[in-house]
Design a protein around this ligand. Structure first.
Ligand SMILES: [Zn+2]
Length: 132
């Protein structure tokens, strides 16, 4: 794990335990993620992050709305996967960023408790996952 992802990790954990973001944390996240972080906060502000949890396992996946006018939604795991174009090109192929704005939005919403929670059965969740 790189130094910046360790820093990001500890910031997310603190936000999660306090359910609030301080000015300093905002500056750190901004330094680490730049424009993507601004975009992520806009997505969270418009309640664009859905957390779909399977019952009874409690396993979950995030569905995050994009910013284009078509309002596409992307399935995403905050730590390691997003179904969007930018994740594939900028992160997997070129290794330029730590994560895409949808992953950031999912992490931020989860840390702040700002997700729209949806519960499905584990079977329904499995069906979503095999389509990824
Ligand atoms: Zn994405």
């Amino acid at each position: 794990m790189s130094a910046s992802s360790l820093v990001a990790d500890s910031v997310w954990k603190t936000i999660q335990s306090t359910r609030a973001v301080t000015e300093d944390q905002l500056s750190i996240l901004h330094l680490l993620f730049g424009k993507n972080f601004e975009r992520a906060t806009r997505i969270v502000d418009q309640r664009g992050v859905k957390r779909i949890s399977g019952e009874p396992s409690g396993r979950c996946i995030f569905q995050v709305v994009g910013e284009s006018r078509r309002k596409e939604e992307y399935f995403c795991f905050p730590e390691h996967y997003c179904a969007c174009y930018s994740f594939f090109y900028d992160i997997v192929n070129r290794g330029e960023q730590l994560c895409c704005k949808h992953q950031l939005a999912a992490r931020l919403a989860a840390a702040l408790g700002a997700c729209v929670d949806v519960e499905v059965s584990d079977e329904q969740l499995a069906l979503l996952l095999v389509k990824l």
